[in-house]
Design a protein around this ligand. Structure first.
Ligand SMILES: Cc1cc2nc3c(=O)[nH]c(=O)nc-3n(C[C@H](O)[C@H](O)[C@H](O)COP(=O)(O)O)c2cc1C
Length: 364
């Protein structure tokens, strides 16, 4: 296949296609890179030892192409905190509220934990996660929320190219000062932690603020026409999260996959109930409950996840459909079936080329 989409950013990173994919499954990230883009493994839900294993697996699944890893590094969290200490600070009224969700939806207790029921986010956890990242042979490091300069410096010293996700010109300035080499302009439309500025507005603002650094557009992208639009806005690539949830390699539980396939752009909500910070997720009985009259205000990070971790681990394990959700962007509208990563990539590339070709009349 001819590769007219290969641009300067692709050459810099050693990839063929300017399509970037973030996923919480190494199998998905590896498949994105094998398909010619850059797969970025979202490691924020891994403890340090698990992360070492995952990054080894990522390389084993993708030995011949660059791969990336992403961590969430919010500032202002406890330096070091045990789960017990954080859980003890959760008000009783909040615990009672979560108990009503267990009862109302007849959720049996979890028999095994997940990240949220075993860890709390703290600076010392981030450092241990970063030890695993710098000891690995991944090619690219992405900072999701927060860009601590010392963390980006560690990644660069380990030979990794550094990317920062930003949601405003102010964030971009901080990321540049912290040493980020490539910026992802992630707009309001995006799944996950998101700011208030829409992608179409944000991308040209970040391009103007990037001081020549490459910018990748993110948030709400589900078609090749939008990838072409990202180029028109000055971005050198498109960064997608939601669309990959609908891939075979993701192996989502059937009930969650069905909800995502059925969902349209109006079925996502921004809530603090997921992590304590504004996060766009698929609307569910969980997000509705926190919006209902009389519901308590979600707690700040990391207390909210310490509060809800056991419930959400049980919901996942027992597949309690009404409460199941994931982070998801307005792009969920284009998640219409479960298909292999390679097919999603092939469609995006074909549509991007069609969209670029359809613009030629404007050149006359
Ligand atoms: C399920 C899911 C999990 C995400 N987790 C992270 C994460 O851990 N770190 C991060 O930097 N971004 C995360 N994001 C945001 C993505 O990096 C990306 O910016 C966003 O998905 C783009 O918008 P889209 O969802 O419309 O494609 C997540 C997004 C989704 C959908």
């Amino acid at each position: 296949m001819a590769e007219p989409l290969t641009n300067a950013l692709c050459r810099r990173l050693g990839i063929r296609l300017p399509v970037f994919g973030l996923a919480h499954r190494v199998e998905v990230a590896a498949a994105i890179s094998r398909a010619g883009g850059l797969g970025v493994y979202a490691a924020a839900r891994d403890g340090p030892h698990e992360l070492e294993d995952k990054l080894r697996l990522l390389r084993r699944l993708c030995p011949d192409h660059p791969v990336g890893v992403d961590l969430l590094l919010p500032t202002g969290l406890p330096g070091h905190n045990t789960r017990e200490a954080v859980a003890a600070a959760v008000p009783q009224g909040h615990r009672d509220f979560v108990r009503t969700l267990f009862d109302r939806h007849q959720v049996p207790p979890a028999t095994h934990g997940n990240f949220f029921s075993q860890y709390v986010r703290s600076q010392s956890l981030f450092e241990e996660q970063m030890d695993a990242v710098t000891a690995s042979d991944v090619d690219v490091f992405a900072a999701g929320v927060g860009t601590p300069p010392q963390v980006l410096a560690r990644a660069r010293a380990a030979g990794q190219q550094t990317i920062a996700l930003v949601g405003s010109v102010r964030h971009a300035g901080k990321a540049i000062a912290a040493g980020a080499e490539i910026l992802v302009a992630q707009g309001y439309d995006a799944g996950g932690h998101t700011g208030p500025i829409g992608t179409f507005t944000l991308v040209p603002q970040i391009v103007a603020a990037a001081q020549g650094r490459p910018v990748i557009a993110a948030g709400g992208i589900g078609t090749g026409a939008q990838v072409a639009a990202a180029f028109a806005l000055g971005a050198q690539g498109a960064w997608l999260g939601t669309l990959w949830l609908g891939t075979r390699e993701h192996e989502l539980p059937a009930a969650l996959a069905a909800k995502l396939i059925a969902a349209g752009s109006e079925d996502t909500v921004i809530t603090r109930a997921h992590s304590g910070k504004p996060c766009r997720v698929l609307r569910s009985a969980f997000s509705d409950a926190w919006e209902a009259p009389g519901a308590p205000q979600p707690l700040a990070m990391p207390y909210q996840q310490a509060l809800t971790g056991e419930l959400l681990a049980a919901v996942e394990e027992h597949e309690i459909a009404p409460l199941m959700y994931e982070a998801a962007g307005q792009s969920v509208d284009w998640l219409r079936r479960i298909e292999p990563v390679a097919d999603v990539m092939e469609r995006l590339v074909r549509e991007t080329r069609d969209a670029l070709r359809s613009m030629t009349p404007y050149m006359a």
